[in-house]
Structures are given as C-alpha cells and as structure tokens.
Design a protein around this ligand. Sequence first.
Ligand code: SF4
Length: 396
Amino acid sequence: MESLRTCKLFGVIRAVLGIKGALPLIHGPVGCFYHIRYLLSLRSGSPIRILSTEMDQNDVVFGAEEKLRQQIIVADEKYSPQLITVLSSCASSIIGENIDQVIEEVKKDIKADIIFINSGGFEGTQIEGYKECLNVLIGLIDEPHLKKDSINLIGLYRGGSDLKILKNYFKRLKIDVSCVLTGGCTLDEIRGASNAVLNISMCDASAIEPCELMEKKFGIPFLQETLPLGVRASSKFFKVICNALNKEYLLKKDEIKAQMEINKIKPYLKDKKVIIVAGATRAVALVDFLSDIGMDPILIGLDFEGNNTMKNLERLIKQDNINPKILREPDYYDILNYAKDLEPDIILGGMGEFVLSRELKIPLMDVMHAQEITFGFEGATSLVKTIKETLETKKI
Ligand code: SF4
C-alpha cells in the first residue's frame, strides 16, 4: 500500500504547532522528529521547532524517563516556551514509559506549563492525532465566567492568509473570535474558550467530537458548515453564523463583486476536468466550489473521511448533477490508474500530488499548503484566477 495517510504523531504535532509559544518535545527516536519537521518546514516554507529525546537502542530496552526529564529542563531553559507538550511516539508508547509521572515530578523545576499528549504513531492516523490534541486542550479550558457574544473556530490548524482573511470578515460582521483551536491561538485564549456562545466545526473529521465535548462540558452549541471556499459556500457560511448570532449579514457587496469577477473567467473554465485529492472537509468544499464555477470534478481521492463527508458529497452530486468517481482512502496507484483514462485537465491537491502531476502530465495547483488566500469572496476570486493561470501556463 502507498497510503496517503500518516500517523497520529503527525496530527498531534500539526495541531500543537498552531499554539503560540508551544514547543513539541517528542519522546522517541530521531526519525519521528526529523521526517515530520522536514516535511512541515518544507510545506510552510519556514523553519519549525520540534525537539526530540532521540531515544536509542539502549533507551528502548531499559527506558529513558530520566533522559526525558533532563530534556524537558533543557527545553525550558534554552527556549523559554510558554507551553511544553511532551508527545509519546511508537517506541515510548510500546515500552510503556510513564510520561505522566515524569511530568508530575518535573513541573516544579520549570517555568513553562507542561502537558502530555498520547501520540504513539501506531494508535491511529493524523486525524486521531488532531482529536487527541484538541481533547487534551479542552481539558485546559477554565469554567466560563463571562459569556461573550463570540465564537470559537474548532479544528482549523492552518494559520496564515486564510485565517487572517476569515478573522477580518468576522470583524466586519461584528463577531468576535475568542479562540481558534489551534491556528495561532494563545494559551490564554484556550483557557477562555468556554466564554464563547457558539463553536464552528472547521474539520468534519477531527472537530465534531471536540465540539460535542465542549457542548457537554460548557453548554456551547456548534455548527458544521462547508468551508467558506467559493462564493456560494462563503455566502452560506457567513449567513448561517450571522443567523445563529442574530447579526446582520453585511457582505452582500463583496459577494456581488466576487461573482462579477468570476463570471468573466467562468467561460474559460467551463467543463474543464479536475482531479481533487484532499481530506474530508476540503474535498467537499472544493467539489462545491468547482461545480459552482462550471468545472467538472471527475475524480475525488479522499485521504480520510469525516462524519458527514459522504452525505455532503452525495448532496452536492445530486444538486449539481455531477458524476465524479470517489476513491475512499485510496493509495497512490488507485488514483493514478483511474485518472489515466479520464483525461483530466488539472489536479487540485497538495505537494504530495507532485508526482501524480508529473506522471499524468497535467498541472497541479496546491490548494492545501500554499500561502494563497482560498477562503471567503477574495479567496474565491483569487482561486479562480490562479486556476486559469495554472491551466494556461503550467503545461507539464
Ligand atoms: S509511525 Fe511511529 S515511528 Fe513512525 S513517525 Fe509515527 S510515531 Fe514515529
């Protein structure tokens, strides 16, 4: 199998890296640290700090709790993080290292807050990692003391341009964002997240359970909407939230302006065949967006599924009269073999689809990790322009 999924540790690290001032320390061999740091640095285009206890053969036989204790102290002194997150790996999980006890003993010797997140790679995929991290963070939230007319965005791990533009739209709608779990949040924002009146699930696969947990613990209801990708989905996303909070929807002008811009380019994109390779939430949002602009999503490779992914895809297929082939948790060759006969024009995916793009000799547009805006009305216009440019200029 050449799976498109990765391990639980990866998901935990991605989620932890979203918290400002948090430092992940892997209790495991050097490979876990090296490959994940390498990939995430490459994807984000900036250096990423992850530490490792670098367990060796001796440690795996005799245990390395003392080594972990020392590394925690060094990490605290050298980097002065606000939060140290100790993460287990396959090796430390299998030999049963008592990380909770190490943390309990070392707490008094360090300035940073410290938590442990179970991250053994064999325990699940990256989705289990996101969920585990969110569940541990929910344990840090204080009891509500001053309810504010604000929202939390749950399961949004990517900061950058999309988060910035999303916050800007909410500001214009006079809606405060209390906490984004975890894209760019602070420890204080996490602790105060119970003061929000509404949670928005931003990830169908990893955010529903944490939203349910917050509803149970703090009485915060939640909404699950398609990501605000494209004019149609953005309009619905913001209207539903405004409606839930009794706020006026003030983005009609943005919507009209974006639609006019997009209408100029739509004839060029009409019926162009698209392969989508993405996770649950983004795949649904991309299908919605592409069929709205008249493109033809012919093949969907779903890295992983969420609670409502298939239901949402079926709804869109019926609504937009499209007929894509859906490959659930495919491996690389499943996608390649199906794609060969379909004569696609473009792939919308991530860096991982570079090889597929070379083999099929069609251009790839990275809609997963690039720093481009994809959310909201600005994002819709920008995406449409970039798809056209990619089709025109990036001939393989
Ligand atoms: S699967 Fe296990 S050994 Fe491999 S990177 Fe993940 S935690 Fe490390």
